[in-house]
Design a protein around this ligand. Structure first.
Ligand SMILES: Cc1cc2nc3c(=O)[nH]c(=O)nc-3n(C[C@H](O)[C@H](O)[C@H](O)COP(=O)(O)OP(=O)(O)OC[C@H]3O[C@@H](n4cnc5c(N)ncnc54)[C@H](O)[C@@H]3O)c2cc1C
Length: 412
């Protein structure tokens, strides 16, 4: 096969995870890096997040999304890391061959290691199958954010938001500030999906009503959406008969979850877990395909860009070590968890001397609980009290002690 180029490390995606992982790999001794981004500029989803609240952990500053991205882009450029924008990767094989389309043509390159950092996309009406007509005026919250913040387009006057995910909450505030009316935020669960700080700062501070255990059961309108039926749901999330009421709106925003963009990963034979929609990885963020690593929102949905960047930093470190030493894989142990936990990442622990970061989400809100992490001999590796745990919060713990067996995460 005739390759256009051989590269030590290719990073796919130029969002906070891609930028952070490329910077980390470079700082850990890899010079030959190529970062590929399909958009015209670097920064990923941060470019449309013009609100503040970014960078509090990583930069100890309260930044807007574009300011956060710019800091990483500046560092990438200072370190002379090569990148191409307008470069869409369309194929990846398990031998780490990549095909991408760029304005200079169709390219085929071969890498020693690849880091997947493609982010995620939003769930649409199709994904949640809302019955009714098919009028215009229905957007995912992130698309609305792009139209309003980057393209200066007014998307409607009277907006109803389905789902209390962070993007929907942020858009409720944004559209209010732009002079639009928010008819309400409706959430099918009996608790919110977004961060507490966003409930306070985006809804409560603007007196925007939030309705829990409620969902859109039907969409009405010819040409443009005219309103929706809202139904209360029971404990199995099924609409309760005769609970429905009509609510007028000319725009419906969906903030009903994110899906990691793993189509390329699957082409390469990367195993995907149903729990997160992300790759199955070990504690070095390496997938089942040797030399292919995954980080950021393509691995698991992070509620903060800082967490995506920090995870990506570790992926860059491990990818650099892999390229330099082609280290053999040591024993791998499984991470198991109790039924109160929705998922834990990574899926396996590689036996080595590095501290291991495990992140997890809980299924339902819980108060005054204790997390216990045990090994197979029932030795307690971590014991931590939580006054409350929320499904919207990604919890991270560090295992400092060397692990030499499967481990189990339990909530008591
Ligand atoms: C609307 C919204 C609001 C948010 N608000 C906050 C907030 O207030 N505070 C906070 O800390 N976090 C916030 N977040 C979360 C934060 O933005 C994400 O956690 C972070 O952007 C994830 O980084 P990433 O690099 O994994 O993904 P992304 O930022 O999505 O970057 C992925 C990049 O990969 C590129 N890509 C994908 N496929 C390909 C391909 N085949 N070829 C080439 N390039 C490809 C994409 O174009 C994109 O640029 C928000 C997220 C969203 C969606």
């Amino acid at each position: 096969m005739k390759y256009d180029r051989f590269v030590d490390l290719v990073v796919i995606g130029g969002g906070p995870a891609g930028l952070s992982t490329a910077i980390s790999a470079k700082k850990n001794g890899i010079d030959d890096i190529l970062l590929l981004e399909r958009e015209l500029c670097l920064g990923g989803i941060l470019n449309q997040c013009i609100h503040d609240g970014f960078g509090l952990h990583l930069f100890k500053e309260n930044l807007t999304g574009p300011e956060y991205a710019q800091k990483q882009i500046d560092e990438l450029k200072t370190l002379n890391i090569s990148y191409l924008t307008d470069a869409m990767v369309i194929n990846l094989t398990k031998s780490k061959e990549l095909e991408f389309i760029h304005r200079t043509g169709h390219k085929l390159i071969k890498a020693k290691a690849v880091i997947l950092a493609m982010g995620c996309r939003e769930r649409t009406r199709f994904n949640i199958q809302i019955p009714g007509t098919r009028p215009s005026g229905i957007y995912t919250a992130g698309t609305a954010q792009n139209l309003v913040n980057l393209q200066n387009i007014k998307i409607g006057k009277n907006i109803l938001i389905l789902g209390s995910g962070d993007i929907g909450l942020i858009m409720a505030r944004r559209l209010t500030l732009e002079g639009m009316n928010i008819a309400g935020v409706y959430e099918i669960m009996s608790y919110t999906a977004g961060l507490e700080r966003n409930i306070q700062q985006c809804l409560n501070d603007y007196s925007i009503p939030l309705f829990l255990s409620s969902t859109v059961t039907e969409i009405f309108g010819k040409g443009r959406i005219e309103g929706v039926n809202i139904g209360k749901v029971d404990k199995d999330l099924k609409p309760i008969t005769h609970s429905e009421r009509f609510v007028k709106c000319d725009t419906l925003l969906l903030s009903v979850g994110l899906i990691p963009e793993n189509e390329l990963s699957k082409k390469a034979g990367v195993k995907i877990t149903d729990f997160t929609g992300g790759a199955v990885v070990d504690s070095e963020l390496q997938t089942n395909i040797e030399g292919i690593f995954s980080c950021g929102n393509v691995l698991q949905i992070h509620d903060l860009a800082d967490y995506a960047s920090l995870e990506a930093k570790r992926a860059g470190y491990f990818a650099a070590r892999y390229i330099k030493s082609k280290q053999k894989r040591y024993n791998r142990y499984k991470i198991n968890f109790c039924e109160k936990i929705k998922y834990a990442s990574p899926n396996y622990i590689v036996e080595n001397k590095e501290a291991i970061i495990v992140s997890f989400r809980i299924k339902k809100p819980a108060k005054n609980v204790v997390l216990i992490v045990k090994d197979r001999e029932n030795n307690i590796l971590v014991k931590k009290k939580f006054i409350r745990l929320l499904p919207s919060e990604l919890i991270q713990i560090k295992l400092e002690r060397e692990v030499k067996s499967d481990i189990y995460l339990e909530i008591e």
